[in-house]
Design a protein around this ligand. Structure first.
Ligand code: SF4
Ligand code: SF4
Length: 182
């Protein structure tokens, strides 16, 4: 693989406006109830503190979705983006069960599953992913994951405990996460 794209999420900056999530929905015209990027609220031990985490697909090194899909719907592009051939989806939801991050979303109306493709068509035109472009707080960055990792070293053990994230060793997510100060 020549490169691997990913996201950086700076939790410190996020104030939970969900602009990223709505921009994604608008860009990809996903059906009602289907959000490829979701903003989760978390609480801390202090009743007056909390925060938000904006996440979508992490375009993993070892995509569990791709491993289990019986219809060979998923593939990993040379730039590391995990894309879905939506026409092939048979709606079995195996990918949802396998993904540690609950990234794929099932649409009961259509009977199929879909997920973030990192705005691959926009990237191919030299544009940024819509979520990154739209965030008013600069929470989300996009780029080659090696470059993003130079900005911050993710302490997975502490992040996983603090934000109830799954074990990153399951799929190797291509995301850098900067935690909140408190
Ligand atoms: S747009 Fe930015 S600040 Fe608003 S919820 Fe998304 S990541 Fe947070
Ligand atoms: S986050 Fe989930 S859907 Fe995305 S590549 Fe990883 S395993 Fe697949």
């Amino acid at each position: 693989m020549s490169k691997q794209y990913g996201f950086l999420i700076d939790i410190k900056r996020c104030y939970g406006c969900k602009t990223c999530s709505m921009a994604c929905k608008s860009e990809n015209m996903t059906p009602p109830g289907v959000l490829w990027r979701r903003v989760r609220e978390y609480n801390t031990d202090n009743p007056n503190t909390g925060g938000f985490i904006s996440m979508s697909c992490n375009h993993c090194d070892d995509p569990q979705c791709m491993k289990v899909c019986p219809a060979s719907t998923y593939s990993k592009r040379p730039d590391g983006i995990v894309v879905q051939d939506h026409d092939k989806c048979i709606g079995c939801r195996m990918c949802i069960m396998a993904c540690p991050y609950n990234a794929p979303v099932f649409d009961p109306q259509e009977g199929k599953t879909s997920k973030c493709n990192l705005c691959a068509e926009r990237l191919d035109e030299g544009l940024l992913p819509r979520c990154v472009e739209s965030c008013p707080a600069g929470v989300l960055l996009f780029g080659e994951i090696d470059e993003l990792r130079k900005r911050h070293t993710t302490d997975w053990a502490s992040l996983e405990a603090r934000y109830h994230l799954p074990d990153h060793r399951i799929s190797g997510p291509n995301v850098v996460i900067i935690p909140a100060d408190r």
